[in-house]
Design a protein around this ligand. Structure first.
Ligand code: SAM
Length: 276
């Protein structure tokens, strides 16, 4: 019988955040696949666990994924960990989960530390609807294109960012979204120097230009305000009815459709159409 793949989240800064279930899973797995075996070894030593480790990271995942999958198919249970946080979220694991799913292997994700969710919860921004955008590209052109594609995004947007790229990213965000757009910069979460700076893009840019940013950051940016619809006028209705009739609709259908499109009462559209 095939084994299983467990996705085991690890602390993003506070070792106390490892759960009982994660510890048990690491103890019981046949082997652990780790992003950086040295980092994971420290965690295992802290937990008093001795276990065979294989490395699985960005640049060996194509070849190592097959080796891991073969071992699981042969009946072994693998626990996958990354350096910190939830595997497969901006971390190696996405491909392995796809491979396992395709091969019919059971994948079990244990809930636990994840920088996106920790940052969103503490951000003070709207949490009802959000989108996770991961890391922006280091190349200015594609970074700008990525941000421009989010110009009308109304959901709260979450980005991972490295400190040395923060100022360039804030510059681009302020240009694309406007300097007044609210942002929460969540830094060193769960660590000794945890800090949440709730401000605007313009002010954040000033702050971190004056004082070099340090530590790990998650950026939580407010979504765009809903576009205000300007009410349509009878003249707009007349123009639209004429366009639709030219396109082949009968007067009656053109009036009906215009009333729906422009959110106007049918009699108003009818009156306007009489003037055509
Ligand atoms: N898979 C991980 C997770 O779900 O939390 C994320 C891994 S990603 C390679 C690393 C990025 O996560 C960092 O560059 C930073 O943006 C964010 N991050 C991780 N730990 C953090 C922390 N303690 N405080 C703030 N951001 C953190």
């Amino acid at each position: 019988m095939a084994g299983m793949l467990y996705l085991v989240p690890t602390p993003i800064g506070n070792l106390g955040d490892i759960s009982i279930r994660c510890k048990q899973t690491l103890e019981e797995a046949d082997f652990i696949a780790a992003e950086d075996t040295r980092v994971t070894l420290k965690l295992l030593n802290h937990l008093g666990i001795k276990k065979s480790l294989v490395s699985y990271f960005e640049h060996n995942k194509a070849q190592k994924g097959n080796v891991i999958l073969d071992r699981i198919l042969a009946g072994e249970t693998c626990a996958l960990v990354s350096d910190a946080g939830s595997p497969a979220i901006s971390d190696p694991g996405e491909e392995l989960v796809k491979q396992c799913a395709e091969a019919g292997v059971t994948v079990c994700a244990i809930p636990g530390p994840c920088a996106v969710i920790t940052a969103l919860s503490i951000s003070g921004q709207n949490t009802g609807r959000f989108c996770f955008e991961g890391f922006l590209s280091t190349a200015k052109k594609s970074r700008r294109e990525h941000l421009e594609s989010l110009l009308k995004e109304q959901r709260t947007m979450i980005f991972y960012e490295a400190p040395h790229k923060l100022v360039a990213t804030l510059e681009d965000m302020a240009t694309v979204f406007g300097a007044d757009r609210p942002i929460s910069l969540c830094r060193e979460l769960t660590k000794l120097h945890e800090e949440v700076v709730r401000t605007t893009l313009g002010e954040a840019l000033e702050k971190y230009t004056a004082q070099a940013p340090k530590g790990e950051f998650v950026l939580v940016v407010a979504g765009a305000a809903p576009e205000e619809k300007t009410a349509a006028t009878p003249a707009d209705a007349a123009t639209r009815v004429a366009q639709l009739m030219e396109a082949g609709l009968s007067r009656k259908d053109a009036i009906k459709q215009t009333a729906i499109e422009l959110d106007l009462p049918k009699n108003v559209v009818y009156e306007s159409a009489l003037k055509i």
